[in-house]
Ligand binder design. Sequence first.
Ligand code: DGL
Length: 265
Amino acid sequence: MKVGVFDSGLGGLTIVQAITKSFKGAEIYYIADTLYAPYGEKTKDEILNRSIKITKHLLKNHNIDVLIVACNTATSAAISELREMFSNLIVIGTEPGLKPAILKTQSNNIAVLATPATLRGQKYKQLLSSLSSEHEVNIHEIACAGLVEQIENGNVSHPDTHKMLSSWLIPMKEKEVDTIVLGCTHYPLISDIIKDIMGAKIELIETGQAIARRLDDLCSKKGHIDKSELKIEVFYTGEIKKEMISMILNNWYDSGKIVIKDENE
Ligand code: DGL
């Protein structure tokens, strides 16, 4: 099984990390489209064009069977078109975990952290309106402009990142938010800061495990039984902080089992 995964940068590696915990017998080709990051502040057409280009590249160069759009922003902008254009591919998208958040919250106050493009997108709005017609919860949306750049630049523990998050999250404490949806695959990388600000009891909803399960289910249905070790190759289109890759996929990186290549498209 050959699995292509892409994101604007490092965020989708949080999905790959979840996949490494439960999925076996596949080659994973990851593209970090850092030349075009961040996606969250681009138009739908710009994100759609990159998503199509990357999918074609993954098909041509790696002959993938499965595509994982490991990015909420690209899923919102491009998933329907990708499914239509590449109908032979298994296409898995990433969406903010509103449903699990609604099941978890006790205070009925949920915050959704996502990129401006995800929160503006039709897909998120549809999900929100279908769920809020069934459940009485307050959803507080925060468009975290600038946060992805901080993470891509390796400034995860920088005081400015803490300051940025405090300005968004302290008002959420006042609104009694007890559950936060991490609606961007980069944000699990700053979970510790969120806990520091909101308190250790805050529930953080991420999607990596759900995507790993979905991958497993869909591949099993196609007869995938290979249990050999995964092979992972990470490509990047612009620049990338290799120490961040090592932080996210530490076991793989430290043992030299992961190949990292500059991809000039
Ligand atoms: N990691 C991506 C997501 O899940 C977005 C990052 C970006 O803005 O480029 O939305």
